[in-house]
Design a protein around this ligand. Structure first.
Ligand SMILES: NC(=O)c1ccc[n+]([C@@H]2O[C@H](COP(=O)([O-])OP(=O)(O)OC[C@H]3O[C@@H](n4cnc5c(N)ncnc54)[C@H](OP(=O)(O)O)[C@@H]3O)[C@@H](O)[C@H]2O)c1
Length: 332
């Protein structure tokens, strides 16, 4: 094979519409690599809600937007097929920001070898962004204590499901907010959450009261949406809010208004956002924290696999409908 497929972003999405009109699917020649470079065949590509932000024109964010005409940004896992780099040999399994393309040329910067004896899908679902985000957000930002009550939104998602299981392993009471009965059943019956609330049902405040009779100490926010205000009103004195994601707002021109700051004073609440690129230099220590929980069988996951590079385009919409069941990954 001398050519491969890549997908470039050519337009910014309008009103959250993600379809083939904003991308250009192109065929490229497999390049000859220069000294100091490697050629990687990407095997699995991660889809992430962060992509909505990367496609926007917002330059005042933690990472620059993808430039129009460039390959769409993503992380992935693959295999070195040609190496002119002293640190890599043919056959090395590697992970990095490879983009929406089947082949990727790298000078080695940001390319990490994967040695764990686990399938590629498990690496991307647990030991890549989801697990690292869960550990950084829960432990380093949220500072959980045994006996506290934690609530996590997007609880059946790739980040939220790991946050809840880590918190359970630490002896917290864990409540998950999800968008379907199937996801509620999964987090309770399979993952061991103490309670689940489907935010698409009624009487959310009464459900919160029943699920968190002692109030909420730690709120791990992945989604935003109307339940955010109800949760915030039930946070205890010295509670913490870990702001990881607000997917309900990613397509809105004007984000929803947040809860009043009055309770931040009255209940001495700490609200802190974080983004993982600030913590990529801490990956070894984050993995060191995560690995024992996984080895002890305390972290289950599910992977939602799509087939073929172009499935990424429609696949992104699964995040918004909630139709993804677990970590969304494209098999190339
Ligand atoms: N700060 C960071 O560095 C960082 C890193 C990774 C991820 N994140 C953020 O963490 C969040 C979760 O990411 P993920 O990769 O684990 O995705 P995910 O939870 O696997 O998928 C997104 C889920 O969000 C829920 N959702 C969609 N629209 C919603 C709405 N309007 N209101 C409430 N829930 C909605 C859906 O689940 P339901 O069916 O339950 O509605 C959907 O399945 C995202 O906001 C993401 O941007 C942040």
């Amino acid at each position: 094979m001398t050519t491969f497929t890549a997908i470039n972003l050519i337009k910014r999405p309008q009103s959250g519409v993600i379809d083939s009109s904003i991308f250009d699917v192109v065929e490229k020649q497999i390049p000859t690599i220069a000294p100091g470079q490697v050629l990687v065949k990407q095997n699995y590509m991660s889809l992430d809600p962060a992509m909505f932000g990367w496609m926007s024109s917002d330059t005042n964010s933690y990472i620059p937007p993808v430039a129009l005409g460039d390959v769409m940004r993503s992380s992935g896992i693959g295999e070195v097929t040609v190496s002119n780099h002293p640190d890599f040999v043919v056959g090395d399994r590697v992970m990095g920001m490879m983009g929406w393309q089947e082949y990727f040329v790298s000078d080695g910067e940001g390319l990490n070898k994967v040695t764990a004896p686990l399938p590629d899908e498990s690496i991307l679902s647990v030991f890549a962004l989801p697990g690292l985000t869960a550990v950084q957000g829960l432990f380093n930002v949220g500072k959980p204590k045994k006996g506290e009550t934690l609530i996590v939104t997007g609880a059946a998602g790739s980040v939220g499901s790991i946050v809840g299981q880590l918190a359970k392993a630490e002896g917290l009471r864990v409540i998950g907010v999800v968008g379907s009965q199937e996801k509620a059943d999964w987090i309770i019956n399979e993952l061991g959450f103490d309670a689940a609330i489907n935010y698409k049902t009624d009487d959310l405040d009464a459900q919160l009261a029943a699920a968190a009779p002692d109030g909420i100490d730690l709120f791990f926010e992945n989604t935003g949406g109307p339940i955010q205000h109800l949760i915030f009103d039930r946070i205890n004195a010295h509670g913490r809010v870990v702001v990881c994601g607000l997917i309900a707002d990613y397509h809105n021109e004007v984000p929803a208004a947040g809860p009043s700051w009055l309770n931040i004073i009255k209940r001495r609440i700490t609200v802190q956002g974080f983004t993982m690129p600030d913590h990529f230099h801490q990956v070894p220590e984050l993995l060191e924290k995560l690995t024992p929980y996984v080895m002890a069988g305390k972290i289950k996951h599910r992977t939602h696999l799509l087939n073929g590079l172009t499935s990424a385009i429609d696949g992104l919409n699964l995040f918004s409908t909630g139709a993804n069941k677990g970590k969304l990954i494209v098999k190339l």
